[in-house]
Design a protein around this ligand. Structure first.
Ligand SMILES: *[C@@H]1O[C@H](CO)[C@@H](O)[C@H](O)[C@H]1NC(C)=O
Ligand SMILES: *[C@@H]1O[C@H](CO)[C@@H](O)[C@H](O)[C@H]1NC(C)=O
Length: 475
């Protein structure tokens, strides 16, 4: 009697210790991710006290593993890069964290894709740093993981550049979350998409461009992007003083014949040809002069640490043979200093209209941010933004005589994208300025549409439903 009791206790003790030992050696992050973590990231993690869990994951596993749901959504993205995929990934994580009824899966994050940027990390609100820390410490075993690789397909396993492997080997289910800015997907990326169980893209445009390029239609699913409509809410903010931030690169502020309350056009973009900054400058400088009482502010950052935008702009004007108006150039300002994420609403608040004449966009994050801030926007009616631009909520910019142009350099040479119309942009800029009532009502409609279609709560439900669908198939 006594010995059988002792025996059963021994069995229980053994069972418990086994249940601790197995996860300890089997967690995805311990096995596959930690060795490839970048020095910057490991520095960040150490500051947060992560070293303990990285070196000894049993610590976090010991919080009664049997009570945790046995599925794990492992979201792998460049969470600390500060780039487009980074902010997109955060928008999903924040939405899921805030709104999902996560009962039957755990949420975990891991860095993957583009490299880390310490300035971005420092600029994050403390709550986000804490959340990152918490979700990073949540461990997943491969066989319970739905792995989302949120990056360009070149980063997926086997990666074409150095990054953490995604999906981790033996994951239960794999999803590639990606997008593209031209009319097609190259064969290498198509192959990588087809090696995933599912491919999530943000718009109908991508569903058709991916499928037309050869991605298995049964794998492609549209999952739209979230915009934080509570953070980007115009009633909460006062405008930033743009004149204190911008460098005047063309025209003269004192030369303005109509200096009171200039009409401010704002554009936000990475300095690359795709963004159509040439189209924007041409249209603005042909349509306006210093007597119009307008200002153009360009918030930009170097694509490859290549600065001095003022000179580039002057060079462009020289090469394009634009003629200086008799009244003098309408002023152009460049803001190239770092603007913290928390200041962005105030930046939009300081503008009267937002403009982005891109040749192609995956989603167009600054456009939806401006729309959430109730600004009237003018943006090219092609690629990703066709998902949300309508005649009622914005000023969709026409393509020049329906002309598509060829990408002439880089790895996507030969693909096509749109050539936005200079004439139509000139017309729309003048129009938005001359019709303030209409512009205002479009801005209000824009915010309503953002709330109804892309607010975190709506998007969290979309993602949640997708995950439930996958879990039903797996169980
Ligand atoms: C782990 O982090 C703590 C601070 O949280 C630090 O004092 C300690 O030296 C670190 N240990 C290692 C091995 O990096
Ligand atoms: C924008 O493009 C879509 C097709 O992609 C078209 O149906 C729509 O009419 C266009 N809108 C405007 C205002 O030109």
């Amino acid at each position: 009697m006594k010995s059988s009791c002792f025996f059963s206790i021994l069995v229980i003790v053994l069972a418990i210790s086994v249940s601790f030992i197995i996860p300890q050696t089997n967690y995805v992050k311990t096995q596959y991710l930690n060795p490839t973590i970048s020095p910057l990231l490991s520095h960040i993690l150490r500051i947060l006290g992560f070293n303990r869990t990285i070196l000894n994951p049993s610590k976090s596993a010991s919080t009664s593993p049997n009570l945790l749901p046995n599925h794990c959504l492992l979201w792998m993205a460049p969470f600390f890069s500060g780039g487009g995929y980074c902010s997109e990934a955060w928008s999903y994580i924040l939405a899921l964290n805030r709104y999902s009824k996560t009962s039957n899966f755990r949420l975990s994050i891991a860095p993957h894709g583009d490299s880390d940027n310490f300035q971005f990390w420092e600029g994050l609100p403390v709550e986000m740093q804490k959340l990152a820390s918490e979700l990073y410490q949540t461990q997943c075993r491969p066989e319970e993981s739905i792995a989302i690789c949120h990056s360009e397909p070149g980063a997926w396993s086997p990666p074409l550049f150095q990054t953490t492997p995604c999906p981790p080997p033996n994951s239960r289910f794999t999803i590639g979350r990606t997008m593209f800015e031209t009319d097609r997907v190259n064969p290498e990326h198509v192959k990588r998409c087809n090696s995933m169980d599912m491919v999530w893209v943000p718009t109908e445009f991508h569903v058709s461009s991916f499928v037309n390029s050869g991605v298995d239609p049964s794998k492609v699913v549209k999952v739209v992007q979230a915009i934080d409509t509570e953070f980007f809410d115009p009633i909460k903010y006062t405008p930033l003083d743009l004149s204190a931030l911008g460098n005047l690169v063309l025209g003269s502020s004192s030369e303005q014949l109509n200096p009171r309350n200039p009409f401010v056009f704002l554009s936000v973009f990475k300095w690359e040809y795709r963004k159509g900054w040439d189209v924007l400058l041409q249209s603005y400088l042909k349509e306006f002069d210093s007597s119009d009482g307008v200002n153009l502010y360009l918030l930009t950052n170097p694509y490859h640490s290549d600065r001095n935008f003022g000179n580039k702009i002057l060079e462009f004007i020289h090469d394009s043979k634009l003629e200086k108006p008799i009244n003098g150039w309408a002023p152009v300002y460049v803001i190239d200093s770092h603007i913290a994420q928390v200041e962005f609403p105030r930046l939009y608040k300081a503008a009267n209209a937002f403009i982005l004449p891109s040749r192609g966009e995956g989603w167009g994050r600054p456009i939806v941010e401006a729309m959430a801030m109730s600004l009237p926007v003018i943006a090219t009616n092609w690629s990703g933004p066709t998902e949300y631009l309508t005649k009622v909520n914005s000023y969709p910019l026409s393509i020049d005589r329906n002309r598509m142009s060829e990408v002439t350099n880089g790895p996507f040479k030969g693909h096509l994208w749109a050539e936005p119309s200079v004439d139509n942009l000139m017309f729309l800029m003048r129009h938005v300025m001359s019709n303030p009532e209409e512009a205002k009502s479009k801005g209000e409609k824009a915010r309503q549409d953002m709330i109804n279609k892309f607010s975190p709560e709506i998007v969290a439900n979309i993602v949640f439903d997708q995950i439930q669908g996958i879990l039903e198939k797996l169980d």
